[in-house]
Design a binder for this molecule. Structure first.
Ligand code: SF4
Length: 293
């Protein structure tokens, strides 16, 4: 079924047709996450025939002129490579005017499937949205991301060399208040090696039922302050040394912007500094509203 339970997609895919090659997340162990458990969506790979039937139904519902398609859920590139190629080709045939097919994908899965990524691109996949989260090897291990920094960098390079676009998510605050400098320095250096076309900033929000909440309660993680999170944002923008599109527009981000680097760097950093120079009362108002999201 196309929409039988909850799913997540990037904000810029809000108007896209969703074809779900998988349900839930194949990993489901990141310390800061637990989203699919909260939604009650266990990982499942539906039979290929079921997905192709969904493609046929989507074509019946939306007609042939669909421009943007998103493959759900968290890690569809985990399925058998031949099935991924066959489904993608069926989508391109059903929607001949489609301009963009994107999906989420774990970087660990991209590394495992690295020899097939070019086939995915040739079949019609355009872009993979993936969580870098941090470039720090120690923080990746602490947060149980299931991949080392070295493999993270290798996977990112493999995605780009295969001809796919890469949209990487950075999780502000992931180092907490005591390891934020390591988080930011290592994240900037990983990004500068991978050189993704798109970077999206998200802020760590510790859901009360996620495993990180229990770790924090037990004293094993000290959350970053709102002010520190804004400083992290500025420091990453300062350190990126390649052309890319950066987006920081999620409702829970404390500062909002979209920009192209390097052209718009000075203007955006000026805006972030202007925010930091406001009165504490004014900033607290923003922090208290957006901390709840
Ligand atoms: S890979 Fe993504 S969806 Fe899966 S547990 Fe980690 S953060 Fe959550």
């Amino acid at each position: 079924m196309l929409y039988s339970d909850n799913y997540i997609r990037p904000p810029n895919e809000a108007a896209s047709v969703i074809i779900r090659l998988t349900r839930g997340c194949s990993w489901n162990r990141c310390l800061f996450c637990g989203i699919y458990d909260a939604m009650g969506t266990p990982f499942r790979v539906p039979p290929k025939e079921e997905v192709i039937e969904d493609v046929r139904r989507a074509r019946h519902i939306y007609g042939p002129d669909v421009r943007h398609i998103f493959f759900g859920d968290a890690d569809p590139i985990a399925i058998a490579p031949d099935d991924f190629v066959e489904i993608t080709r069926a989508v391109c045939k059903a929607f001949p005017n489609c301009e963009r097919i994107t999906c989420y994908g774990r970087m660990a899965t991209a590394w495992r499937q690295r020899r097939h990524l070019a086939r995915f691109a040739q079949a019609g996949l355009t872009r993979i949205h993936a969580g870098l989260e941090t470039g720090s090897n120690d923080l990746l291990r602490f947060h149980r991301k299931g991949i080392s920094r070295a493999r993270m960098v290798g996977a990112g390079q493999a995605i780009i060399h295969s001809g796919l676009q890469l949209s990487l998510y950075v999780l502000l605050g992931l180092g907490g208040s005591d390891r934020w400098e390591e988080h930011i320095a290592q994240t900037v250096s990983a990004l500068n090696v991978i050189r993704p076309q798109f970077i999206r900033f998200r802020r760590l929000w510790i859901h009360p039922r996620c495993p990180l909440a229990r770790t924090a309660e037990a004293g094993g993680f000290a959350p970053q302050t709102p002010e520190g999170t804004v400083v992290e944002t500025r420091d990453i923008l300062t350190g990126i040394d390649f052309p890319c599109q950066v987006e920081c527009m999620h409702a829970n981000n404390y500062v909002h912007f979209e920009c192209h680097l390097p052209e718009e760097r000075k203007d955006v950093i000026r805006g972030v500094n202007e925010f930091l120079s406001r009165s504490n009362k004014e900033k607290e108002r923003v922090y208290s509203v957006r901390s709840r999201i």
